[in-house]
Design a protein around this ligand. Structure first.
Ligand code: HSE
Length: 315
């Protein structure tokens, strides 16, 4: 009784990185799924402790220096001189991991956002929390990327122009834009999905990809769905990674036939995302995509969501 009297609960959403033409730069947030973290002050001992993890099938470690959420929180607490503060952390994974939906970013963001809200001594802005969340993400993926962290923190569609200087911008979301995401139960390791990429691209590929990214951004600002549709194409990464996802091209075709503006791999996969001009098309695209996996007996999860505009929130 009274366990949560001095507690804070937060929700951090799943995110879709790359957005077809914006490899390692673009990302957007979904309303669902996401992670929940509860932190409570515990004066009976010192330091941060992970007291409970649910929804992870025993696959996540309790040690601070190995746990994405706890490590991000720890790095923050150290920086404000509060690492001795007795804090209990419960992690409730409510999204699949290794899915290409920014699961480690959601944990890292939730962890640091929660302790920032709990300690309150030096409340940091979301922008100031980015680098601590990246500490957590780095632990999980080995890379210091903000393409999932940024939309998870801020919500909306974000662009990371430069990771090292945290030159990060939120883009406009046109009215009606909806996302469909399907997660087939196949395992892809981000490290491998990155390791397999060719280090070289042709001048032609560079021109196509950067033109598409420019077109996408103009389309988002002008609410020009046709331009968004023409621009949602990945001529560099998708052709290399598609073979990791069974029936990828069939699923993509099904989404496009249902009227989606574009469809590609979410992050490093195996999830596949589509964007549509309204929720009806997004739902129809989802059913069409799901049909392919069902026919081929591949278990999957389907999510249809507007672009989440809030990012991580206190519940
Ligand atoms: N942009 C990364 C990739 C995934 O596609 O490998 C998330 O950081």
């Amino acid at each position: 009784v009274g366990k949560y009297k001095s507690g804070i609960k937060v929700f951090a959403p799943a995110t879709v990185a790359n957005m077809a033409c914006g490899f390692d730069c673009l990302g957007f947030a979904l309303n669902q799924p996401g992670d929940e973290i509860i932190v409570t002050l515990n004066d009976s001992r010192k330091g941060l402790k992970v007291t409970e993890i649910t929804g992870a099938g025993g696959k996540l470690p309790y040690e601070i220096e190995k746990n994405t959420a706890a490590w991000a929180a720890h790095c923050f607490l150290e920086s404000i001189g509060e690492s001795d503060r007795g804090i209990d952390m419960e992690i409730h994974k409510k999204m699949p991991f290794g899915s290409g939906l920014g699961s480690s970013a959601a944990s890292a963001v939730a962890g640091v956002f929660a302790v920032n809200a709990l300690t309150q001594q030096h409340p940091f802005t979301k922008k100031e929390l980015i680098s601590f969340a990246m500490d957590g993400e780095e632990l999980a993926s080995g890379a210091r990327h903000a393409d999932n962290i940024a939309p998870c923190l801020f919500g909306g569609i974000t662009m990371v122009r430069d990771n090292s200087t945290l030159d990060i911008h939120r883009l406009s979301t046109p009215r009606g834009l909806h996302a469909t995401v399907i997660y087939p139960h196949v395992e892809i390791l981000t490290k491998e999905a990155r390791g397999m990429l060719s280090k070289e691209i042709t001048l032609k590929q560079h021109i196509q990809q950067s033109s598409n990214m420019g077109g996408l951004i103009v389309g988002l600002y002008n609410g020009d769905f046709d331009l968004i549709g023409r621009s949602l194409q990945d001529v560099i990464i998708e052709p290399q990674r598609a073979k990791l996802i069974p029936f990828f091209y069939e699923v993509q075709e099904a989404a496009m036939k249902a009227g989606a503006l574009g469809c590609s791999i979410s992050g490093s996969g195996p999830s596949i995302f589509a964007l549509s001009a309204n929720s009806l098309i997004a739902e129809e695209a989802g059913l069409a995509m799901q049909k392919i996996f069902k026919e081929n007996k591949i278990r999957n999860e389907l999510y249809v969501s507007p672009i989440n505009q809030e990012g991580v929130i206190l519940l």
